[in-house]
Ligand binder design. Structure first.
Ligand SMILES: C[S@@+](CC[C@H](N)C(=O)[O-])C[C@H]1O[C@@H](n2cnc3c(N)ncnc32)[C@H](O)[C@@H]1O
Length: 187
């Protein structure tokens, strides 16, 4: 209940950045994490982890907490993540700057990017930058999984065409407020 209160308070202060009235449901989170291939070599990055609802399902999928990188710009949410997932790497930073510096800080390419970031409420320039940097840091067989409340894929046609990407609708979760679509982008 305390986490929900913190969520709503932060949503009222930063509605566009948070982008959802409520945290993602277990059902939609499961739909996203079902796309994670089971492998000991996974490098999983969650962008916009919020209060950790999708994170829980990523762990339930078998990813080890110590192998997980959580990127969250909101300091109040980041504090919750640090206390609930003490073995994960929690990066309190804008996802764009995290991805810009990824290569300098990490040796392995990312196998899965799980994103709850509301790409549609970003400026077109920032959205394209985030998508482009994600693709550059993604393993050749990697996946970018995005939740959105619109039927349209959040990656622009420009980026899809420029990098010759494949996009696929993974599914719709009606048991989410609001109902959510999950998209998969692959190289
Ligand atoms: C729709 S919420 C999803 C939260 C959580 N993953 C969930 O599903 O319940 C979006 C989250 O992305 C974070 N966020 C928005 N823009 C961001 C950015 N540029 N970099 C990092 N985090 C960002 C927000 O603070 C918020 O926690």
């Amino acid at each position: 209940m305390k986490k929900l209160f913190i969520w709503i308070k932060n949503y009222l202060n930063h509605p566009l950045e948070i982008g959802a009235v409520l945290p993602t449901s277990r059902f939609a989170s499961r739909l996203m994490s079902s796309e994670i291939n089971k492998s000991p070599d996974n490098v999983v990055v969650e962008l916009g982890s919020g209060t950790g609802k999708i994170t829980r399902e990523i762990l339930n999928r078998g990813v080890k907490e110590k192998d997980l990188i959580l990127v969250e710009v909101n300091e109040n949410f980041s504090k919750i993540l640090k206390s609930d997932f003490p073995k994960a790497k929690i990066i309190t930073e804008n996802a764009i700057s995290f991805l810009s510096n990824y290569q300098k800080n990490y040796s392995n390419k990312i196998t899965h990017i799980i994103s709850g970031i509301p790409l549609v409420s970003m400026t077109e320039e920032n959205r394209d930058k985030l998508c482009e940097l994600s693709i550059k840091n993604l393993h050749s067989k990697g996946k970018f999984i995005q939740i959105t409340y619109f039927l349209r894929c959040s990656f622009s046609k420009k980026i899809i065409n420029q990098y010759n990407l494949k996009k696929k609708l993974v599914g719709l979760s009606i048991l989410n407020v609001p109902p959510a679509f999950v998209w998969k982008i692959e190289k």
